[in-house]
Design a protein around this ligand. Structure first.
Ligand code: NDP
Length: 285
């Protein structure tokens, strides 16, 4: 008996695999590139992850994305990791090439690509809210891109310190921790301000970061990892103070562009992908 697959397949292993806007975005990009490829969403339990990974390899998939809860546990099933994925300790993109499973992390890379569209990260001073998975990926990638310093502002001191230690020991950038137990003023010498917490994510769109928005200055770049909604309170406050902004939708699109490049070797159309996300997120809300 043989299994027949009509198209090269890529996909996403997630649990739960509810509505995944990435499916719409990546398939729109494939179509525009004229590729007869497809991206599918598979609900995979933690217990079945190994079989799913081996299955993708056996069926000749070009690769797949992993989301929570598989980003760390998938590593044990892979052959190799990219530099930042190794430092971050998490993988969200797997490339299957020449029989090898290679783990990459595009969470932070997509973010840094978005920042680079506005300013060069080299020698910049960064303040980041959050120390979870997204903050870890973004900070490591910014450190590898040459930022001078990263101030981590986090509620949970232990988690914040783990990130600061990782940055200080694994990269050339200097990091410190501020415990987030009061309203934060952004120091005037900060160049890039980042929200890498889940504060403001749909449906809690009226939740705000405990910071003083009047300390945002026009020379600062303000970036928010929240993609739904794209126009968070932070982004609105930054625009009102003439800061340059990078929204979470930009990061999500850039992640998609990077994933497609890993799998197909081709550059995809970012503005078309952003439009497809806008359409689907409008429906999800
Ligand atoms: P985690 O659960 O790993 O981390 C959440 C972080 O948010 C922690 O630092 C936590 O602080 C902080 N936090 C949450 N609620 C509060 C609060 N009320 N007050 C202060 N701090 C709070 O999540 P992730 O890092 O995986 O994801 C964070 C966000 O980034 C999500 O919204 C996700 O959608 C987004 N994201 C966006 C991507 C993109 O491409 N745009 C890619 C990946 C993620 P503490 O440690 O104190 O609990």
């Amino acid at each position: 008996m043989s299994l027949e697959f009509l198209k090269p397949i890529t996909g996403s292993f997630a649990k739960p695999a509810a509505e995944n806007p990435t499916v719409v975005m990546v398939n729109a990009a494939y179509q525009e590139l004229g590729l007869d490829w497809t991206y599918i969403n598979c609900e995979v339990d933690a217990d079945n992850l190994k079989m799913a990974v081996l299955g993708a390899k056996a069926m000749g998939w070009a690769g797949f994305n992993c989301s929570i809860p598989h980003k760390v546990s998938v590593i044990q099933h892979l052959d190799r990791l990219g530099e930042s994925a190794k430092l971050i300790g998490a993988v969200n993109t797997v490339v299957i090439k020449d029989g090898l499973l290679i783990g990459e992390n595009t969470d932070g890379k997509g973010f840094v690509e978005g920042v680079k569209q506005v300013v060069s990260p080299k020698d910049k001073r960064v303040l980041i809210f959050g120390a979870g998975g997204a903050a870890r990926a973004v900070s490591v990638e910014l450190a590898l891109a040459g930022v001078r310093s990263i101030r981590v502002v986090n509620r949970n001191v232990e988690r914040g310190q783990v990130l600061v230690n990782l940055l200080n020991s694994g990269t050339d950038c200097s990091a410190d921790l501020v415990t987030w137990d009061q309203t934060i003023d952004i120091p005037a010498d900060i160049d890039i301000v980042i929200n890498a917490t889940s504060i403001g994510l749909y449906p809690n769109i009226n939740d705000r970061l405990n910071m003083n928005p009047d300390t945002l200055l026009p020379n600062m770049v303000v970036a928010d990892g929240i993609h739904n909604p794209a126009k968070t309170h932070l982004i609105e406050e930054a625009i009102a103070r003439n800061c340059s902004v990078v929204d979470g939708l930009t990061m999500l699109v850039n992640q998609g562009v990077l994933g497609i490049k890993y799998w197909t070797g081709l550059d995809s159309n970012a503005s078309l992908m952003r439009q497809s996300l806008n359409d689907v997120l409008g429906h999800i809300k």
